[in-house]
Design a protein around this ligand. Structure first.
Ligand SMILES: *Cc1c(COP(=O)(O)O)cnc(C)c1O
Length: 377
């Protein structure tokens, strides 16, 4: 079946005697056992819950994973993944990561004895691998500069070694990019973004290749207790039903906005992999079937930033991305505030850079809103 159909009708489904079309919300902490040594398959919601299980079937199916596990947030999912490692283990990470992931690695995982190397390009990632390397953590396209890593090249370079390749696929979702099929071992999602799609809940997902690795991660999950609640699982199941159509429309609008921004005299640069001028346009085209709907851009005059953030009207000045509402952020002060200044500036995350998550409003309303926000006084 095609992706659009699998978003609505997953191959694997939980049992439901009533024939409910929408997945029921099993708001129960615990489940009764029919008798000694007998089980319905469920005992306590920290370990399994039918609503969450249905969500996990849906996402595993879309990513081509053997298993998927849903968490209370994207950061909770990444935190559980990091519990696989022991002091002294070395991890190579892309350096243009989501700010929260950067903070987790730098402030918590490092304190626990894990050692990190950061690299900027696919070649540098491969070159940074050492004998004690246990994982490679990629986010592609990156946030907020929208650079693209070659997932297949990285996976190929470490094939046959005991090194897990994990890809944060939040920006493109499996609709546009399937890292497991390109050779990665684990995919992580912030389900708070495109998967739920309505800016109304937090969630995270790990999608895992191989049942042995999935078992290890399920053990850590039930022990540490950050699994997604039944109601939030329901919201994600509902959101994913419209994933394909939302991504299509959001991308279509993003392309038009990226082109429009490129033509404005107040704008210095536009970072969007769907523009032919983007340095990773070719790789992006080869690796993914779409470019997504995230754009970052630099204004020529830093003084314009506060005016834009204060003047946007349809577009809201708020963190997060991937939802129905178009949001604009100032990475320097928000998502990337914890990154040391010299590193931030080297990457181009300066006082002139803004990030736009294109939502589902009409293209002309969004362009009109941007036009009035950037026009000279
Ligand atoms: C938001 C985000 C996260 C963290 O997810 P939360 O659900 O906010 O905890 C991780 N990676 C990326 C790329 C994100 O955009």
């Amino acid at each position: 079946m095609d992706f659009e159909t699998l978003c609505i009708h997953p191959v694997k489904k939980i049992k439901d005697a009533a024939g409910a079309i929408a997945t029921p919300i099993y708001q129960s902490a615990t489940f009764a056992h029919p008798g000694l040594d007998e089980s319905t398959g469920y005992d306590y919601t920290r370990q399994q819950n039918p609503t969450r299980e249905q969500l996990e079937y849906v996402v595993a199916g879309l990513e081509g994973a053997d298993d998927a596990i849903a968490y209370a947030s994207g950061m909770a999912a990444i935190t559980v993944f990091m519990e696989l490692f022991a002091p002294g283990d070395h991890i190579v990470a892309a350096d243009d990561l989501y700010g929260g992931t950067h903070r987790l690695f730098g402030c918590i995982s490092s304190k626990n004895g894990l050692v990190f190397s950061y690299a900027e390009t696919t070649q540098q990632i491969i070159a940074a691998v050492r004998p004690e390397t246990k994982a490679i953590f990629l986010e592609t396209p990156t946030n907020p500069m929208m650079r693209v890593f070659d997932i297949a090249a990285v996976a190929e370079a470490v094939r046959g070694r005991d090194i897990l390749v994990i890809v944060d696929n939040t920006f493109l979702t499996p609709y546009y990019q399937k890292p497991l099929l390109l050779g990665a071992d684990v995919v992580v999602h912030s389900g708070s973004k495109y998967l739920s799609g309505h800016n109304d809940t937090l969630a995270g997902i790990l999608c895992i290749k191989g049942t042995a690795l999935a078992e290890k991660l399920r053990f850590i999950t039930k022990t540490t207790g950050s699994a997604l609640a039944p109601f939030d699982s329901f919201l994600l199941i509902r959101g994913i039903k419209t994933l394909a159509i939302r991504m299509d429309r959001q991308q279509q609008t993003a392309i038009r906005i990226a082109e429009w921004l490129s033509e404005q005299k107040q704008i210095a640069t536009v970072n969007y992999p769907g523009l032919r001028t983007h340095p990773d346009y070719e790789l992006s085209n080869r690796q993914a079937s779409g470019f997504g709907a995230m754009i970052s851009f630099s204004v020529k005059d830093a003084g314009l930033v506060s005016r834009v953030l204060g003047r946007v009207n349809v577009i809201r000045y708020a963190e997060s991305l991937g939802g129905t509402e178009t949001l604009i952020t100032y990475p320097m002060l928000q998502t990337h505030a914890d990154i040391p200044e010299s590193e931030r500036l080297r990457k181009g995350i300066d006082n002139r850079l803004l990030r736009l998550s294109v939502g589902l409003e009409s293209t002309s309303d969004l362009i009109a809103d941007l036009a009035q926000a950037i026009e000279s006084l």
